[in-house]
Each structure stands twice: as structure tokens, then as C-alpha cells.
Design a protein. Structure first.
Length: 132
């Protein structure tokens, strides 16, 4: 590697777009076989740590993502759409305008809203709803 690193990569577990600097700041990186991987949430990091060979092989098939640095909405690519469907509450935290755009898109198609998601926050909300 030339010493430079990508700004964004795909989480090797769930395929979400991950901001590498934010993942580092949040302690969501892991070194395996000399390569650093970045994750969108602690659950994905744990899954990778439990089966690093499986997910490292999956990561080899993906490439760094180039996202333009625009002042408007980020590009709503397949990664953003997968993130929205998998964990809309985390997408909302990171990119509220993207979530709003995708919510409006679903509403225009008369589709039901997506659920909260798979992260710890969504899991806590779901358990509270089940227990309460």
C-alpha cells in the first residue's frame, strides 16, 4: 500500500459504507493478517472477530468506495440503500437527509416504512417494545 488509505470502505460483515476515520475514532477497526478492517457497529466487529477468515475473504472481493465530497446529499448508492434497510436508525444518525430522502422515496411508492434496524439501539428499542 502506498501509505494512503481510503476515506470509506465497505464493512466486510454487512456491506455497509463505513467512514474509516469515524470507525477508528469509535474503536471499530480490527487488524487481521496485517490488514486493518473498519466496521459500522460493534456487532459487525464482534462477528468479524469470531470468524475473521470468512469475512476477510469476503472483504477481498470488495474495494474501497470513492464518495464525492459534496455539500449536498451524499450519493445514495447501493451501500446507502442496504444501510437504510438494515439499520435505518444508524443511517439517520450519520446522514439524516439521506434517510429522509429514502423515506420519501418509499412513501412515494406507497411502501411501508423500514424498521429501526440491527444495531444495539434498535435492538434495545425492540426489546423494550416486547417487554413493555
Amino acid at each position: 500500500m502506498s501509505g494512503s488509505r481510503p476515506e470509506r470502505v465497505l464493512d466486510p460483515v454487512c456491506g455497509m459504507t463505513v467512514d474509516v476515520a469515524k470507525a477508528e475514532a469509535d474503536g471499530l477497526t480490527f487488524v487481521h493478517d496485517g490488514k486493518t478492517y473498519a466496521f459500522c457497529r460493534s456487532g459487525c466487529l464482534r462477528a468479524f472477530q469470531e470468524e475473521p477468515a470468512t469475512y476477510a475473504a469476503k472483504a477481498e472481493q470488495s474495494h474501497a468506495i470513492s464518495v464525492p465530497q459534496a455539500k449536498d446529499l451524499p450519493v445514495i448508492d447501493e451501500g446507502m440503500r442496504l444501510w437504510y434497510e438494515a439499520c435505518s436508525c444508524c443511517l439517520s444518525d450519520a446522514f439524516p437527509d439521506v434517510k429522509a430522502a429514502l423515506d420519501a422515496e418509499r412513501a412515494a411508492k406507497v411502501e411501508a416504512p423500514v424498521g429501526a434496524g440491527i444495531c444495539e439501539v434498535a435492538e434495545a428499542q425492540q426489546s423494550g417494545a416486547v417487554q413493555g
